[in-house]
Ligand binder design. Structure first.
Ligand code: ZN
Length: 427
């Protein structure tokens, strides 16, 4: 039986439908039992955690990340980095080929530990390890269970190792999905790298083998190369190609969506897949920015850049000179819906739901309400580390310290994995 406790004296909001000052949340057995006024909910029988006026948010979602890249900091590229294909070839694809059991696990652990500090309680990971395909998702799953986050996992199918290698990649996705259909913490998607590394033959094979309800998670129109490739194959654009190959549905997760055509935008409007913009990654790769006049409904992801999703929103806000429509929908309302799609009774900060809670270290002194909440996040919270992160009622992080694992011991193991991985990278 999990602990029962009351989080009190907080400013509590789900980010879109209510904001409660002097609020409290009663947590029991991993669930939110009550939300109300601190004085009314406080009792001698329940452990009380005093939040001292801090702003309390729902646990955050990072809908597009690559944990396999978490140990890449400091690596020198193997060649020029002037174009998007060069960035992939000379860094990421070279790195992912070197990943093994140890480095897959510790990359995931390291990335997850970092994300917890920024209030992320659910992360959709897009994994690649082209020389360690079978069983790779189970290794990442272990890391998720160790750190305590919810996740939607997939392996990115790609022809970049040759068309003959894709069968094991498809199987890795399908097997993992089938095994985790009823799992309350970890689910599976079908990872596709991008149109421009998937041949016509490969898309046909994927279409034949994909269980109908298995959602795809793909980089779509990230760089101009993706669009050109699709047009050379006779399609109107990257979304159109997925559609024509029977892979696009409302459940699809499309990352980036920058280089698209009018046909693509029309299909997005009609089919309404989940679109994930990754502004920091797009700036880093110099691939352009998503057109938010054409795409009004989207989420924000970090795409391997960071674990910090509120910091990513701050970058997005500044990159667009402060012009963001519906930022609370992007940060809270849409994530609540999509989390709930995979994990029932989760997502929204509400009674009866899983206690996934991000408690910022920000104590507002000026007036706060739903109308100005976004500005408190940008100028008050500033993408700083949380005071506390709670997932399924478990306090994972508090006051600068991970609570359920010994971070320093793990970091020693991570360093060993880094040494081995970086040595192999330069071999
Ligand atoms: Zn990505």
């Amino acid at each position: 039986m999990k602990q029962k406790y009351l989080l009190g004296n907080g400013i509590i909001t789900d980010g879109f439908s209510f904001l409660l000052e002097n609020g409290a949340i009663l947590v029991e057995d991993g669930k939110i039992i009550q939300i109300g006024n601190t004085n009314e909910l406080k009792s001698d029988e329940v452990d009380f955690i005093d939040l001292e006026g801090r702003l309390v948010l729902p646990g955050l979602l990072n809908p597009h990340n690559h944990l396999y890249s978490a140990l890449a900091t400091g690596l020198s590229p193997r060649g020029d980095m002037n174009t998007f294909p060069q960035i992939l070839n000379n860094l990421w694809w070279h790195l992912d080929k070197k990943l093994d059991k140890e480095s897959i696990y510790y990359s995931a652990i390291y990335g997850l530990m970092d994300s917890v500090k920024y209030g992320v309680t659910t992360m959709f990971d897009h994994h690649a390890s082209m020389n360690f395909v079978s069983g790779s998702l189970e290794i990442i799953e272990k890391a998720y269970r160790k750190i305590g986050l919810k996740g939607l996992l997939c392996f990115e199918i790609s022809d970049r190792m040759g068309e003959n290698n894709i069968q094991s990649q498809i199987e890795e996705n399908v097997k993992f999905y089938e095994k985790h259909k009823e799992d309350k913490q970890i689910r599976g998607a079908l990872g596709l790298h991008a149109n421009f590394t998937l041949s016509e033959k490969t898309l046909l094979t994927i279409n034949k083998q994909k269980p109908p309800k298995l959602p795809i998670h793909i980089h779509c129109g990230e760089a101009i190369d993706d669009l050109k490739y699709c047009q050379e194959k006779g399609y109107d654009g990257p979304v159109h190609r997925l559609y024509k190959n029977g892979l696009l549905s409302k459940n699809s997760l499309l990352a980036h969506c920058i280089h698209l055509t009018e046909t693509d935008y029309r299909l997005l409007d009609e089919i309404q897949p989940t679109i994930i913009s990754n502004p920091e990654s797009n700036a880093n790769n110099n691939v352009g920015i998503m057109n938010t006049e054409k795409i009004k409904k989207y989420l924000l992801g970090t795409d391997g850049m960071t674990g910090n999703i509120l910091g990513t929103m701050r970058s997005h806000f500044l990159q667009r000179n402060g012009n963001i429509n519906n930022p609370l929908e992007i940060l809270f309302k849409s994530p609540a819906n999509i989390i709930n799609k995979y994990f029932h009774n989760s997502g929204k900060l509400a009674v009866g739901n899983s206690a996934d809670i991000a408690i910022t270290d920000y104590k507002p002194v000026t007036k706060i309400n739903l109308e100005n909440l976004f500005y408190h996040l940008i100028f008050g919270v500033e993408g700083q580390k949380m005071f506390m992160t709670i997932a399924d009622g478990n306090i994972l992080y508090q006051d600068g310290k991970l609570q359920t694992v010994n971070e320093n011991n793990i970091l020693e193991e991570v360093k060993k994995a880094v040494n081995n991985l970086h040595r192999k990278y330069y071999e």
